[in-house]
Write a protein that binds this ligand. Structure first.
Ligand code: GDP
Ligand code: IMO
Ligand code: MG
Length: 427
């Protein structure tokens, strides 16, 4: 099973980092294919917590070569800081390979992200402020800076100059901000050039060769289906394609190499930032889910909005991404509720549907229709075999499986690396 894709099925923070790490030292290559340091992927090993924003979570497995694919946007300062941070904690981590085509986030992307959000007022997206949207805009506008430009300082300087010219007009005349000097940006980028030079390679070729040799390549998605620029709750989305297709366009590996598409699904629902969330709980139940699940953003520290499990967005993600398996996370967080509501439909304009609506307006007005499942009180965090779970917990998982329409091959019962119940091996 050489090509495995990990995709978030909801609005992010489903536990993709933990699922990636749990596949362990059988993974030869771990590649990020979309997003940037807007992600926050948490892995807990031996009681120690590690949060990766840009580095693939496979970095904690010494066997694994990490790759930053062309579909990612890279902040070079963050890359250096993250590596230094892990090394300072005594880990012997290898530098990831970086696609020569990967776009770079510069200081002007970060400034623009923040000022446009402020300017948008109540139309703001609630971005992470990391410069993600502006960096992808430049990529699409064909005025981006790529990793390979670090290898050609004169070419880099000219590209930064060209890209900044119109942005400075905007910054000064519209946003009333100081202009940014192209020389300063170029200098800051070139400060990383010597260190990065050996790692800037044709990663598509590296990954294709690995697959041809029967090695295991794990494509680690960031963000999630409903934050996808095409399939998410637009405009409240990120600016890339976290969905499974992004694993191909974001790495240069063909769809024929993708053997398993694993949807990572949280046993309830969370979201950070603005945008619709049909099952959101604005009462003490939502507060309790947030506390029990530790639902505070791994990147910005913002409290995550919480709600009951919603089958409609997850089934939709299953269809679009072609999930072969689902990994259900944070089941342990639901321990202690007498009854657990699960959303099985939406009432939209007086009509009940069990299909994810087509339009933005319908999602915004959707009123969830709940089915109430019996809960459990037993501590399940030490359970490792499905049949040892309380009967009502087993029934909860089985009901979710039927609603999602994809087999649940594993589940998480705690944040630790080994706190999993595996039904079907993912490789
Ligand atoms: P990601 O962005 O999808 O990688 O997810 P995050 O790391 O942002 O958020 C998931 C949080 O849940 C992290 O704090 C994980 O340590 C934690 N986590 C992951 N799986 C489980 C689980 O099965 N049970 C519990 N209790 N926590 C989990
Ligand atoms: P992981 O990989 C949750 C959200 C932001 C905002 C929107 C756009 O940890 O699941 P951006 O900075 O990308 O332009 O912000 O997307 N967002 C995430 N929410 N988890 C993430 O990543 C996210 N990455 C971006 O909160 O609403
Ligand atoms: Mg996260």
């Amino acid at each position: 099973m050489p090509g495995i894709v990990i995709v978030g099925a909801q609005w992010g923070d489903e536990g993709k980092g933990k699922a990636t790490d749990a596949l362990g030292d059988r993974v030869n290559y771990c590649v990020r294919y979309s997003g940037g340091n807007n992600a926050g992927h948490t892995v807990v090993v031996g009681g120690q917590k590690f949060t990766m924003h840009l580095l693939p979570s496979g970095i904690l497995n010494t066997n694994c070569t990490c790759v930053i694919g062309n579909g990612v946007v890279v902040d070079l300062d963050v890359l250096a800081e993250e590596l230094a941070g892990l090394r300072a904690r005594g880990l012997d981590v290898r530098h990831p390979l970086i696609s020569a085509d990967t776009h770079i986030i510069t200081s002007y992307h970060q400034v623009l992200d923040k000022v446009t959000e402020r300017f948008a007022g109540n139309r703001r997206i609630g971005t992470t402020g990391r410069g993600i949207g502006p960096a992808y805009s430049d990529k699409i506008n064909r005025i981006g800076i790529r990793a390979q430009d670090l290898l050609d300082p004169d070419g880099l300087a000219a590209k930064v100059q060209a890209s900044l010219a119109s942005k400075n007009q905007l910054l000064v005349k519209v946003y009333n901000r100081a202009a940014i000097r192209a020389e300063d940006v170029t200098e800051a980028l070139l400060a990383h050039a010597d260190e990065l030079r050996p790692y800037i390679v044709d990663t598509s070729r590296v990954l294709n060769q690995a697959l041809a040799n029967g090695q295991v390549v794990l494509f680690e998605g960031a963000q999630a289906h409903h934050l996808d620029i095409d399939f998410g709750t637009y405009p409240y989305v990120t600016s890339s394609n976290p969905t499974a297709g992004g694993a191909c366009t974001g790495t240069g590996v063909a769809p024929t190499h993708l053997d398993r598409i694993v949807g990572i699904v949280k046993a309830y629902t969370t979201r950070v930032g603005e945008g619709p969330l049909p099952t959101e709980l604005l009462d003490e139940d939502g507060e309790r889910l947030r506390e029990d699940g530790g639902e505070f953003g791994a990147t910005t520290g913002r409290p995550r909005r919480c709600g009951w499990f919603d089958a409609l967005p997850v089934a939709q993600a299953g269809m679009v991404n072609g999930f072969t398996d689902v990994f259900l996370t944070k089941l342990d967080v639901l321990t202690g509720w007498p009854e657990i509501p699960v959303c099985v439909g939406y009432e939209v304009d007086g009509v009940v549907t069990d299909i994810w609506p087509m339009t933005e307006r319908e999602v915004e007005v959707a009123r969830p229709v709940y089915e109430r499942l019996p809960g459990w009180t037993e501590d399940i965090s030490r359970v490792r075999v499905f049949d040892d779970l309380p009967a009502t917990c087993q029934a909860y998982v089985k009901r979710l499986e039927a609603l999602i329409g994809t087999r649940i091959s594993g589940m998480g019962v705690g944040p630790g690396r080994d706190q999993n119940i595996i039904i079907n091996s993912l490789m």
